[in-house]
Design a protein around this ligand. Structure first.
Ligand SMILES: *Cc1c(COP(=O)(O)O)cnc(C)c1O
Length: 389
């Protein structure tokens, strides 16, 4: 699918983000890929067309995005979806089935866990949650019928780190595939396919879109045969994004590199502030030398990202108070946008895993550090922490 000359041309990441799949429109010369807001396409005679028949099967705006995403992850096939979970569902129903088994992180994204526990379980796909940083535990969880290891790194919301190359080796030894949800790092900071992963999943809602104005998902693989199977299922299951949503993600992706640099720099400043505050019991950030995954993160990521979690000395009451007291940090779910967000995972994003093995501490607060002026972010947090009980 990806025979895009940009991807073969030895260009750097930012050049691919701006140009891959996005040559000027051949009909009009438009520099920006148009939003092809159409469901169907003319045929000059039965079966004769320009490559597009119906927009569930293919749409030129979506094709441009898919080509760009494949280039950014260094894959052969990119596929865009209406949401991250639609991408996950398509992948899982392509590579697993009744009687199958998957190994998942013990702090998986809540919605991913719900998909495994409440939907796929009923279809006969079993799952085992494991701490992916513990390779022996992962090996022990593998079964003959295990078709994949599902990896998130950094994880959400505890920012644990898993060794992608190590997990790829374990998966492949067991005849399984390694899937990496690369939403938190983005392809700018981490390239799982180059480290041995078979498929990369994204919620493009987050850093790739980057402006909190669109919900979307993606799959990228370097395996052409698997790519064809996934594309078949994408069309057969139908969870595709519309042209405008595809365009928004593509537009966001153009600035991913410069945004991620600023997300990382601002996050480092925020971490420094939190470390020095008596109301903060623990700061979870892979950039910290005492983070258990720091060495692996330093090896497989080119920056530590914009997500920071921390635990309050004053327990849940303090965590809820901080969430209520910030002003520049907006209280809300989601992440990866230009604006800073704050949330309480236990009662918000991770409420669906309460009571399970994936339950998160109630004194935990998660920040998605945006790209506002760093001093404003620090002042805002400092003021909010001052009011904690
Ligand atoms: C948001 C998110 C998802 C789900 O994506 P949607 O676009 O909300 O469907 C999956 N994985 C991670 C890590 C996420 O943050």
């Amino acid at each position: 699918m990806s025979n895009d000359p940009w991807a073969e041309g030895g260009y750097g990441f930012e050049t691919l983000a701006i140009h891959a799949g996005q040559d000027p429109d051949p009909t009009t010369g438009a520099v920006v890929v148009p939003i092809y807001q159409t469901s169907t396409y003319v045929q000059s005679e039965v079966g004769e067309h320009k490559g597009y028949e119906y927009s569930r099967s293919g749409n030129p705006t979506r094709t441009a995005l898919e080509t760009c995403l494949a280039a950014l992850e260094g894959g052969r096939t990119g596929l865009a979806f209406a949401s991250g979970l639609a991408a996950e569902d398509c992948l899982l129903r392509t590579v697993t089935g009744p009687g199958g088994h998957v190994v998942i992180p013990d702090d998986a994204y809540g919605g991913t866990y719900r998909l495994f526990a409440k939907v796929l379980e009923r279809w006969g796909v079993a799952h085992t949650p494991v701490a992916l940083s513990d390779r022996d535990a992962v090996r022990a969880a593998m079964r003959p019928e295990t078709s994949l290891i599902w990896c998130e790194t950094p994880t959400n919301p505890l920012l644990g780190i898993a060794d992608i190359a190590g997990l790829a080796a374990i998966a492949h030894e067991g005849g399984a595939r390694l899937v990496v949800d690369n939403t938190f790092a983005s392809p700018y900071l981490q390239q799982p396919l180059a480290l041995g992963a078979d498929v990369v999943v994204h919620s493009t809602t987050k850093y790739l879109g980057g402006h909190s104005d669109v919900v979307g998902g993606a799959l990228v693989t370097g395996d052409v045969a698997l790519g064809e199977e996934l594309a078949y299922h994408q069309n057969a299951m139908g969870g595709v994004p519309g042209a405008f949503d595809s365009w928004l993600v593509m537009r966001g992706a153009k600035t991913l590199g410069v945004r991620m640099d600023r997300h990382c720099a601002n996050a480092a400043r925020v971490v420094d502030l939190l470390l020095g505050h008596s109301g903060v019991a623990q700061v979870l950030y892979p950039g910290l030398p005492d983070h258990p995954g720091h060495e692996v993160a330093a090896k497989q990521m080119s920056g530590f990202g914009g997500m920071v979690s921390f635990r309050l000395a004053g327990g849940e009451a303090a965590a809820l108070a901080v969430c209520k007291a910030t002003r520049v940090f907006t209280l809300g779910e989601s992440l990866g946008g230009v604006e800073s967000l704050i949330e309480h995972p236990g009662r918000m994003t991770h409420a669906s895993v309460a009571g399970s093995q994936l339950e998160v501490p109630s004194d935990l607060v998660r920040l998605s550090v945006g790209i506002e002026t760093a001093d404003d972010l620090l002042a805002d947090l400092d003021r909010a922490l001052a009011v904690t009980p």
